[in-house]
Design a protein around this ligand. Structure first.
Ligand SMILES: [Zn+2]
Length: 507
């Protein structure tokens, strides 16, 4: 798949200034620009620098070098716990003992992870917002992978996507998603491009490493004919839609819709029911919800009623044969609004619209509603980890641990490894478990997290144990082994590239 030379070129140069192994502030995709640091985030940054300096000195290495290793990652989570209280499973011993930290990382790196929410942009894209987003994140030192080098649009295209997903992270299988627009030039990728990427990756891998969405846009002229044609020619693994219509160019959004619009949507669902008899994964209706913070609400008030989950229950009830997978778990408070989410939770025990989503199964007696973790996890786990824990608690309690699915929205915020590591270590604090009746999330490879990381998507996408076994030793596995080896030789030790915190030099 890749020659050693090609792999060597992917091994990134060290360019960053301060490189904390975890970002110290939230980053966002949809409402892209992260806000200013909160006092707590500043406290974390000071702590992680201090603990890094202390432990690096003991190891006889630079702080930056220390943060490139698994022990540095552990140290950062120690700093998180000291700042926010015990939320992450980590010990000082792990931070102080590189052998121990490396053994843990190695023991987990084979974990089965299906990331069913990933993106890259087409070669001729006009969408530049994500460059600014990655750059802002890098400049602020939040995600050290993105620090120290200006981001370019190339970082959002296929080559870097492949590197960040399959080489810089423990992700085993990914679904390439996208978003449509009223302006045909502003589709992130056309449905053909997503199908082509899937064909390309799977052909080179010799296994099924990539799944693909086709985007449907209800109400657009000829949309159902397009659905038919995409089904016949592209064979998507599932379809995805955006109820606000045009999410990229919200000012152009002329065709918002509701999931429970019988006239508009039910004929489409009937088709999916029919097609799912031969292609089971087409029973999955993926729908973007949430990411509608107050700033966006102000500008696009007319779209607000399409962004929440009030239309999910009826559709789910009327089509029990389908699975309604709510992307972002309908989390509203993206961008710099996470504090509003935390305040709402503290005052009321509710979080827009995560709580509404989580309550659907009990309220309406349905079993076919799922929550995807794209952005909701990334933007809360470091910025406000108690909010993150509360949302995970609500989703697992309400939807079931078998109805929460892993998605990262990578590569909007760099390689997804820091998110993987975050969920592996996150635990809901005991007082919160007691107060709200949340079950613990458990060990990194325990039943709850294993289901979320891969088991659930394997089930609803019909990814067989044979397909899974075939990944061991396929061309991607071989390329990754080479890549890790190069990183080891190059850096004289494990590098943060294992965690996706370093980036490739410009080609
Ligand atoms: Zn997305």
């Amino acid at each position: 798949m890749m020659s050693p030379d090609e792999i060597a070129r992917l091994v990134p140069a060290e360019t960053a200034k301060f490189r904390s192994p975890i970002p110290t502030q939230s980053v966002s995709s949809d409402e892209f620009m992260p806000g200013p640091q909160t006092p707590k985030q500043r406290e974390f940054e000071a702590r992680v620098k201090a603990i890094g300096s202390e432990l690096a000195k003991k190891q006889g290495m630079s702080r930056r070098r220390f943060f490139q290793g698994a022990a540095g990652m552990a140290a950062a989570y120690v700093a998180m716990n000291e700042t926010y209280g015990p939320l992450y499973m980590v010990s000082r011993a792990e931070a102080q003992t590189p052998e121990m930290a490396n053994a843990r990382a190695n023991a987990l790196k084979g974990q089965f992870i299906m990331d069913m929410h990933t993106h890259f942009l087409r070669d001729d894209t006009r969408i530049m917002g994500f460059v600014a987003s990655r750059e802002a994140v890098g400049k602020a030192g939040w995600n050290p992978a993105l620090a120290g080098k200006p981001q370019t649009i190339e970082d959002l295209k296929f080559a870097n996507y492949f590197k960040e997903i399959y080489l810089d992270s423990d992700t085993k299988v990914a679904l390439i998603s996208g978003s449509g627009s009223e302006d045909p030039r502003d589709w992130m990728l056309t449905n053909e491009m997503k199908a082509d990427a899937r064909a390309d990756v799977n052909k080179k891998a010799g296994t099924k490493r990539m799944f693909s969405h086709a985007i449907f846009m209800p109400g657009m002229p000829g949309w159902m004919d397009k659905v038919d044609k995409d089904y016949e020619t592209l064979k998507p693994d599932s379809f995805k839609g955006y109820t606000v219509g045009d999410n990229t160019n919200k000012h152009l959004a002329k065709h918002p819709w509701h999931l429970d619009d019988e006239k508009l949507m039910y004929p489409f669902y009937e088709k999916l029911v029919k097609w799912s008899k031969t292609t089971p994964s087409l029973a999955n209706v993926c729908v973007h919800k949430g990411l509608f913070p107050p700033s966006i609400t102000q500008r696009f008030a007319e779209l607000l009623k399409y962004a929440d989950v009030s239309d999910v229950a009826k559709a789910a009830k009327d089509f029990p044969q389908l699975n309604f997978i709510v992307y972002h778990s309908a989390w509203r408070y993206s961008g710099n609004a996470h504090m509003a989410g935390w305040e709402q939770f503290e005052k009321t025990g509710r979080i827009d619209w995560v709580t509404d989503l989580a309550e659907i199964p009990a309220k309406y007696g349905v079993k076919n509603v799922y929550g995807d973790l794209g952005q909701i996890f990334a933007q809360s786990t470091m910025a406000e980890p108690r909010l993150c824990a509360a949302m995970m608690g609500q989703l697992v309690k309400g939807l079931g641990a078998d109805h929460v699915v892993w998605g990262t929205d990578a590569v909007w915020t760099g390689a997804p490894q820091w998110q993987i590591e975050g969920l592996r270590r996150l635990e809901i604090p005991e007082e919160m478990q007691k107060k709200y009746g949340f079950a613990p999330l458990g060990a990194a490879d325990g039943p709850v997290k294993s289901a979320i990381f891969g088991g659930n998507s394997a089930r609803i996408y019909n990814f067989t144990p044979q397909q899974r076994a075939a990944l061991d030793g396929d061309k991607v596995a071989i390329a990754k082994a080479h890549y890790d080896q190069h990183a080891l030789l190059d850096g004289g030790g494990r590098t943060n590239l294992r965690y996706g915190y370093m980036r490739a030099p410009a080609a």
